[in-house]
Design a protein around this ligand. Structure first.
Ligand code: NAD
Ligand code: TDX
Length: 332
């Protein structure tokens, strides 16, 4: 394997993976990214041009995808519409990119016999009760709740069928909630950090008892590289770092680390169909492939993330007013 095609490599997690590949391997990376509102060209432009090149294009455009796939040894597929709240306002780009885009890539890897790794989410499994002793495993039945998670579930099922019916050499990973640098400020953690920088109180959906299983984006990248190198074709691996925290405690942690009273937040309109709890059991990845996460301390990972948003205001500032206006229109 010498050349990787990374779709969505200008997004939050994809760009982190591109950095990981450059720092830890000799591989060349081609990023295929449509540069939607969620992309950051800046996230990858500091990387050496002899290691990373960017092709601006749509994963649902077969004329772009086919020759690119043909000239690479493996595809790592991050590109997606990724925000649940947006999917409630307009599901259409989610169906187009997450389902038709994945289908287009699968047809190309089928035609050219190229290795494929599909990036997905724990949200395909629906949600858990707060006191459920079981966490999600690779055999949990699919039960997605939102337009976003249902289109990710649809894309996972396409990958499984292309493996079984056409012998495509693919693996799938379903990861829990990521945090870290370059996450779009529409998402929970960066939204609250940038609100506080602006002197605005954090906004908690509903009572804030919803639990998310946080993992640092760097750990997601090391897990994906492990699966690419050692994963068994046709297998699914769940990626998680035992990071369950409810939203209320997360907001209190951010407030405390940024020097505010822990109770200085406000409750806002809840998300429709809001999943209660996600929790990943990553035993298979750890025991079969020997992966372990590096970031085990949420508080220090959060401190680093807060520092990053303080130091990179020039990147997020131009997006902030429009995002907040959109949320305000929804009572959020
Ligand atoms: P993101 O929204 O930050 O980035 C998505 C990237 O995909 C952007 O650069 C965007 O321009 C690109 N893109 C969108 N549509 C495209 C298209 N049609 N053609 C080409 N490029 C396109 O998303 P993220 O949070 O980095 O998530 C990346 C992947 O990881 C997604 O597949 C998502 O489902 C999955 N995932 C995310 C999380 C999380 O916590 N954010 C957790 C588990 C899995
Ligand atoms: O302002 C907010 N207040 C709030 O309480 C926002 C934006 C969110 N929330 C809540 C909703 C969720 O319970 O915080 C939690 C996290 O919200 P998001 O950052 O929107 O993430 P989530 O919906 O959990 O999905 C994320 O993890 C799984 C990613 O966006 C998905 O791409 C990934 O698949």
């Amino acid at each position: 394997m010498r050349n990787l095609l990374v779709t969505g490599g200008a997004g939050f997690i994809g760009s982190n993976f591109v950095h990981y590949v450059v720092e830890n391997t000799d591989l060349h990376v081609t990023v295929l990214d449509k540069l939607t509102y969620a992309a950051s060209r800046e996230a990858i432009e500091s990387l050496p041009s002899e290691r990373v090149s960017l092709v601006v294009g749509d994963i649902a455009d077969a004329a772009v995808v086919d020759p690119l796939v043909a000239s690479h040894d493996a595809v790592v597929h991050y590109a997606a519409e990724s925000h649940n709240d947006n999917s409630l306002n307009d599901p259409s780009p989610f169906v187009q990119t997450n389902i038709i885009g994945t289908f287009t890539l699968l047809e190309a890897v089928r035609r050219h016999g190229v290795r494929f790794h599909h990036i997905s989410t724990d949200e395909v499994y629906g949600d858990l009760e707060l006191d459920d002793p079981q966490r999600f495993t690779e055999s949990t039945p699919y039960n997605p709740s939102s337009p976003y998670s249902s289109t990710k579930a649809g894309s996972d099922l396409l990958v499984r069928a292309w493996v079984r019916s056409f012998g495509v050499e693919a693996t799938i990973s379903n990861c829990s909630n990521n945090y870290g640098p370059w996450q779009h400020i529409e998402k929970f953690i960066p939204r609250q950090i940038t609100n506080l920088i602006d002197g605005v109180r954090p906004k908690l959906y509903g009572a804030g008892l919803n639990v998310r299983d946080w993992i640092h984006a760097d750990d997601h990248s090391s897990a994906v590289m492990t699966i690419l190198e050692k994963g068994a074709i046709g297998e699914t691996y769940l990626i998680g770092a035992d990071g369950e925290v409810n939203n209320l405690d997360t907001v209190k942690l951010i407030l405390r680390l940024m020097g505010h009273d822990e109770n200085d937040f406000e409750h806002v309109t809840d998300r429709a169909g809001h999943d209660l709890r996600y929790a990943i059991d990553s035993t298979k990845l750890r025991t079969e492939l020997g992966w372990t996460p590096r970031f085990q301390d949420f508080e220090s990972g959060m401190s680093d993330t807060i520092r990053w948003y303080r130091e990179n205001e020039a990147w997020w500032r131009p997006k902030k007013a429009a995002i907040e206006a959109q949320y305000a229109a929804q009572g959020q």
